[in-house]
Design a protein around this ligand. Structure first.
Ligand code: 3JN
Length: 334
């Protein structure tokens, strides 16, 4: 794109939407005009971005009548269902953070370190994967390419920021000893682990678990990998942690795996147990990398591997990944 794009931020006031703005600012994302959009509840409010004040517009059928090149959506699935096609029809490319379009066969599901080539076949909507999937994909892609993956078992330890402001407040209230009933969860989160993220489906899995399974197949474009998942909410404010158990197709040396991770895009190796060094949620918070450690053999199966993977769920798991996709669009448009 020779000229700078016109950008719309839809859901600009939410936890992810406000992080879109922070990341756009940090990365000095080029734009000609930027429009802040949100529901009627936030419309008219003033928001400061790059030292300039913007009035939040109410999102409606006419929001995309003006020329917009890139629309970043994080306003929930029903808003994306209704307005992403409107934006796309008017010529914008939508990068959508909800699950609404992720499994649509006409919508690429992108982690820029993993499958940037899939951006090319977009028809106006590109989906950002679930936060838990994104960090797992950054870790699994180099293994899939070098060794092939036979089976994956995900066990997640997910931060309350994944549930937005209500989740954050439930943990704060719980820590403060308040007996106010939780707003985001079926049970108190402070001092607890809840094996329940998003709603339960008919097969006994939660939707979060099914998202991880389905999105893994689509992003790696490998429908033969056997995948299972247990997703758990833990009393941590920021960053999701994941234990990932992997069966590779080919034999490996642990040293080669460590070197592979150390040289793969988006990954920081933190694997020095003698000095108590391994990825931690508190250290990952506020950063854009995926941290991998506790790399060891699973002796119980042939070619088995265990790793511990941590990333900031709001940044790499949502906002940063979305902005990276938008940056790739700029390059494609050149
Ligand atoms: O709970 C988490 O840690 C991640 C939450 C993601 C989420 C929450 C509400 C709706 C999603 C998502 O991104 O999959 C959605 C959704 O769009 O379905």
């Amino acid at each position: 794109m020779k000229r700078k794009p016109n950008v719309a931020v839809v859901g600009a006031t939410g936890v992810v939407g406000s992080t879109f703005l922070r990341v756009l600012e940090e990365r000095d994302f080029p734009f000609e005009n930027i429009y802040m959009m949100a529901s009627a509840k936030s419309a008219g409010k003033i928001l400061t971005f790059k030292g300039k004040e913007y009035i939040i517009e109410e999102l409606n059928e006419h929001s995309f009548d003006k020329p917009i090149d890139i629309a970043l959506f994080s306003a929930g699935g029903s808003v994306s269902a209704k307005y992403a096609p409107v934006a796309a029809k008017h010529g914008a490319i939508v990068v959508d953070n909800s699950s609404q379009w992720r499994m649509d066969k006409d919508v690429p599901l992108i982690v820029p370190e993993v499958n940037p080539q899939d951006i090319e076949w977009n028809k106006g909507i590109i989906a950002n994967p679930n936060c838990s999937t994104i960090q797992a994909m950054v870790a699994l892609k180099p293994l899939e390419d070098k060794y092939g993956i036979k089976r994956v078992v995900y066990s997640t330890y997910q931060a309350v920021s994944g549930s937005g402001v209500k989740g954050i407040n439930d943990l704060k209230n719980g820590i403060a000893g308040s007996d106010q009933p939780p707003q985001a969860y079926a049970h108190p989160i402070a001092g607890n682990c809840l094996p329940h993220i998003d709603v339960f489906t008919e097969n006994g899995y939660t939707k979060e678990e099914m998202k991880m399974i389905d999105e893994t197949h689509k992003i790696l474009n490998d429908y033969d990998i056997k995948v299972t998942a247990t997703t758990v909410r833990v009393p941590v404010f920021d960053s999701h942690s994941e234990s990932i158990n992997i069966e590779l197709k080919k034999p490996f040396e642990l040293e080669d795996i460590k070197e592979l991770f150390a040289n793969s895009p988006g990954i920081v190796l933190q694997d020095d147990v003698e000095n108590n060094i391994y990825p931690l949620a508190r250290d990952a918070a506020g950063t854009d990398e995926v941290y991998i450690g506790r790399i060891r053999r699973d002796f119980s199966v042939e070619n088995g591997l265990n790793i511990w993977v941590v990333a900031d769920n709001i940044r790499k798991g949502a906002a940063t990944n979305t902005i990276q996709i938008a940056e790739a669009l700029l390059k494609n448009m050149e």
